[in-house]
Design a protein around this ligand. Sequence first.
Ligand code: KG4
Ligand code: ZN
Length: 337
Amino acid sequence: MTSEPLILGFETSCDETGVAVVRGMTVLGNVLATQVDEHARFGGVVPEVAARAHVEAIRSLAHRVLRDAGVHPMDLDAVAATRGPGLAGALMVGFSYGKALAWALDVPFVGVDHMEGHLFAPRFEHPGYEPPAVVLLASGGHSQIVHLRGWGDYEMLGSTIDDAAGEAFDKIARFLGLGFPGGPAIDREGASGNPASIAFPRALPDRPMDFSFSGLKTAVTTYVRAHHEAGDLLPMADIAASIQEAIVDALVTKTMNAVTATGVPAVAGGGGVLANRRLRRRLAEECARVGVALYLPSPVLCTDNGAMIAAAAAFRLSRGEVTPLDSEVESSMRLGG
Ligand code: KG4
Ligand code: ZN
C-alpha cells in the first residue's frame, strides 16, 4: 500500500449528489448526479425534493464510481461525507450513508466542512498550490474571501452581507426568465453582449473585502420594468453581460484588495461561480498584472463534487481526526469555527 489513503467521498449538501474515489491528489473516479431538472420548474432548490433525489441516486453512484475506478470497497482506507453547511435533509443522506458504509467496512469515517472541500479542490490540478493564499469561494450559498494561512488555518477576510454571488445570478436570471441555474444562463446569454452597456451598481465600496448583491437585484428589476413600461426593446445579451460584469467586478476587486491586505503570493478559487468564464478571465488578468499565481480548478471541480470532500478528509485523517459515528450533520457549520 502507498502512504496515501484511498478515500471514498460523498457530497450531498445541496442539489448535486457527488461521489468520488481519491488517492492523494489523484482522482480515480468522480461521478455526479445533478438534480437541476427536478428543481428548474420551481426556479430554485426545494429541500425536500433534494433529499429524496439524493436517496434515489447515492447507492448506484457509489457502486458505479468504485466499479469504474476498479476499486473494491474492501480496499478503501476511509469514507468521507460533507457534514455541513447545507440543507439538513440533503446533508443527512450522504452523511448517514457514509457513516453506515464506514461502519460496515470497519474503516474511519471523516465528516468534512463543505467549504474546506472547496479550499482543497485546486490541489488536484495545481501541485504548486500551497498556503499562504487568498481564496475566493463563491457559490449558490456562499461568497467568502478566505486567507489560507496554512492547511486547517483559515481566516475569514470578508463575506456577503446579504445574497451570495450564485444566489444573485440565480434570482436575477429567474426574474429575467433565463432559467435555472442562473449563473450558466447569464454566462451564456451575456457572451455576445456588451458588459459596459449598463452601469449597474457596485456595492460596499468602503468595505474592501465584503460583498452585497441584493442592491444589484433591485437595480436590475427597476431597470427592466422602466424600459418595459416605456416600450423599449430590451437587449437581453447586453443586460446579461452588464449584470455579470457587476458581479464579477465585485468578486475580482475585493479578492485583489485581499491580496494587497495580506501580501500573499497566490490566489485560488472554488464554488460554482468560479466556473464563470468572465470571472476566470478577469482573475487571470488581474493576477498576472500584480504578479501573483492563480490556481483555479477546472469547472467540474469548481462546482460541488465528492473529490474535494475526499481531499479535505485526507488532510483531516493525516492529523488523526476521525468523526465519531454518533455525530450529526451541522447545517450551519462555519469554516474554521
Ligand atoms: O458550488 P455550487 O455547485 O453549489 C453550492 O454550493 O451552491 O454552486 C452553484 C452556484 C449556482 O448559484 C450557479 O448559478 C452558480 O454556482 N454557477 C455559475 C456558473 N456555473 C454555476 N455562476 C456563474 N457562472 C457560471 N458559469
Ligand atoms: Zn459548494
